[in-house]
Design a protein around this ligand. Sequence first.
Ligand SMILES: [Zn+2]
Ligand SMILES: [Zn+2]
Length: 196
Amino acid sequence: MASVKPLPVATPLLHDESINSWLIRVSLNQGCDLSTILFYHWSKYNLRHHDFDKGFNHINKQIHQDMAVLAHTDTKFFDNRSLIQFNEDIGLEYRPNISLTWVLPIPKFHSKTMVGHQYCAQCMQEDKSAYLRLKWRFSWIVYCEQHLISLQSSCSSCGLPYQPHLIKANHRFINRCPHCREKLSAEAVNQLLCTD
Ligand SMILES: [Zn+2]
Ligand SMILES: [Zn+2]
């Protein structure tokens, strides 16, 4: 049984989308900040301090069930989108205080660490269909297979790291730099990769 009620605007979980991305889009679609959505639905868990892409089954299985209600989908899609699940699938044991193998870190909610989230500027071009792919969290993914350009992790307008968890409701879309509010765009020196 879910403990949440559906939101006025349902936000589907997209193909390859990370849970982090979905949560940010849910909040932007309702016109509020990420922290508001987290507090409204799951205040007792203090989820802000977690890496959302790990999934939440190690905290409480109820949370994925709730998210499935909000996304109008099945819980298994959230279970399968979890980095912890991925780690277990390749035979690695999850240990709470140890970083996941091959996963790039993202900054904690209130941390000032200047770490950016990897993205493909072309995948993120369209405001309404922009979202973060879970695979961009892996350290071995360095370019976009579709657009054959290198992934980048900072904003080409201001040079600061792309930190999607800081995006506010008035930025409206996930493809905005939370520091300068400009739309994410490809770096001028982005080299086209040779298909070989
Ligand atoms: Zn791309
Ligand atoms: Zn910027």
